[in-house]
Design a protein around this ligand. Sequence first.
Ligand SMILES: C[S@@+](CC[C@H](N)C(=O)[O-])C[C@H]1O[C@@H](n2cnc3c(N)ncnc32)[C@H](O)[C@@H]1O
Length: 283
Amino acid sequence: MMPDDRETPNAAQIRYWNSRGGSSWVPAQSQTDAMLGPLGQAALDAASIEPGHQVLDVGCGCGDTSLTVADMVGPSGGVVGLDVSRPMLDLARTRAQARDNVVFVQADAQTTDLAALQVDRIVSRFGVMFFEDPVAAFSNIRSALNESGRLSFVCWQPASENPWLGFTVRAVADLLEFPPGDSAGPGPFSLGGQGRIRDVLGKAGFRKPSVTPLVGELDIVGGADLEDAVAYSVQMSPIPGMVSDDPALAATVTARVTAAFEDAWNEGSICLPYGCWVVTAQR
Ligand SMILES: C[S@@+](CC[C@H](N)C(=O)[O-])C[C@H]1O[C@@H](n2cnc3c(N)ncnc32)[C@H](O)[C@@H]1O
């Protein structure tokens, strides 16, 4: 049972991922997986996952990484996908129907007792940046590893290194008042600094952290046509929650984003820089 008390840890994030976050990510699952798949794969490559391993996928969302790992560990291994979002887990379960080596659990990785799991590997694709108390969360996550267990995840570098994520917001920055991109609180950039990652992991008890930059360009169009690309990028931004009460403003914003896409459109692609960290550590 997920807590609904507003004072419980991570209550705001749990509400978000069960409402706006979930309803943005579920319909966008295939485009998001196409875009983020190679970045998540870098964390899986660094994890040295072997057939027979038991693996925990933290913040598994709609399940893409869990399904990939299920193939890697094979029938003698197993995967637990952990997430707070009911709608995203519903989709993950549907996608995993034909498999018997992956289960999905709705629980908070910071507060749920995970010590009974004793898995060989813990992985995450952008699912570990949303904790109110990252040291408590990573300590708890660490307790799920067996003695020789290892952690491997990918997270974003600061917003300044990720212009691709701000493209849509920048197009309407004069129309809407957005909260600051980078913050110390829970959010996509909360582990943006290399020093911050090492500090959190060290305080949580992890040994031998390795933080490796992974940079390149992401195509924010992802093979879609212009209209679908605009719809996807608006849906995945904070914009819908800011214009839901004002249809005229929503139409103006969509027109502005469409114009920005048209300007940047380059033979069906808009490639913009991204920066993330591939992080590994030992229990
Ligand atoms: C950016 S999404 C990434 C989802 C997925 N890993 C992917 O790459 O498609 C972040 C995920 O972390 C989950 N999440 C946020 N806070 C969490 C927590 N305290 N415990 C477990 N999952 C959490 C969200 O519900 C969401 O599915």
